[in-house]
Write a protein that binds this ligand. Sequence first.
Ligand SMILES: C[S@@+](CC[C@H](N)C(=O)[O-])C[C@H]1O[C@@H](n2cnc3c(N)ncnc32)[C@H](O)[C@@H]1O
Length: 325
Amino acid sequence: MFLPVRTCSFVRLIVDFAALLNTFLILIICLDQQAAAMSEKPTAYEGRNLLGFQFYLKHSEEHKVIQGFVDRVLPGVFKRIAQGKSQMDILGVGSGGGEIDAHILSVIGSELPAISLSADIVEPSMELSDNFKALVRRTPSLQKIPISWHTVTCEGFEKQVKDNGNVKRFDLIHMIQMLYYVKDYPRMIQFFHSLLKDNSKLLIVHEGAGSGWDILWKTYRAELCTKTVSDYMSAGDIKVHLNQLGLRYEEHLISSTMDITACFTKGDEMGELLLDFMTEQDHFYQSLTPDLQTGILDLLRNKCSTEKNGRILFDNSLCCLLVYS
Ligand SMILES: C[S@@+](CC[C@H](N)C(=O)[O-])C[C@H]1O[C@@H](n2cnc3c(N)ncnc32)[C@H](O)[C@@H]1O
């Protein structure tokens, strides 16, 4: 069809204007996200604490046991979620360096090759988000999945969703080892639960009730809950809130221990880094009084751990709560 020259340039003008407006809107959204990220409080995952976390991940079997759980238990869950769908939208909250997200996406990809995937990631730490992006660059199967990055806390993400008004819903939302840092976690669970589509799941992985972490952090709640963790809760406490919210869930225990023998040798660099991470201190021996140091070390050895072949094995058990939509 031939249009008169005048109409043609008018149409082009409209198209150019629409493209300009689109670029402008994208720029505003990016600036808004950046401003939100900058105005938020720092997370625990910076400086020495980030080093401690990365050392903890290498030293403990945490990722290995979670990945084993994903392989053993979740394929059936993913298949049930995917029934009658051609697309699954996944949301990772507090994804860190993305190792578990990547594993979940690869298991879904290999179990359900006909399903298209999208991923949204809510992770406030710039450094951990960059590590996740680097992991995507190294992993060809992840590069096929469209990923939207939200470098904000879950509270910041909630605000963005409410301000923008366009609510994306998800087939799987996971919160793995991150709820400790969320002040009003029952409300946040409720918010993320409201983002689930029908026949979907919210997966929460958290330190188990009665685990070494639960005993340590509840015994020394007043002394330790002074930084980014304002009130420690274990999976047992989350269950109480799920019951109060009337949410239905399945529970799976993931047993694991971690060798903390080095924590009992003062001056052992790795032992002290681990001790700092476990108690969220910059330097355990410089930050806490001698009485507190002795009390914590005694509790770690005698109440939170077992001894085997001369090694001190901390109870690092986790619990997975699979919440129904
Ligand atoms: C223990 S790490 C777990 C990371 C990852 N899920 C894993 O299992 O390896 C806790 C994560 O929660 C993130 N985080 C801390 N406060 C948060 C908040 N308010 N909202 C969302 N994520 C948060 C941290 O930046 C960190 O990546």
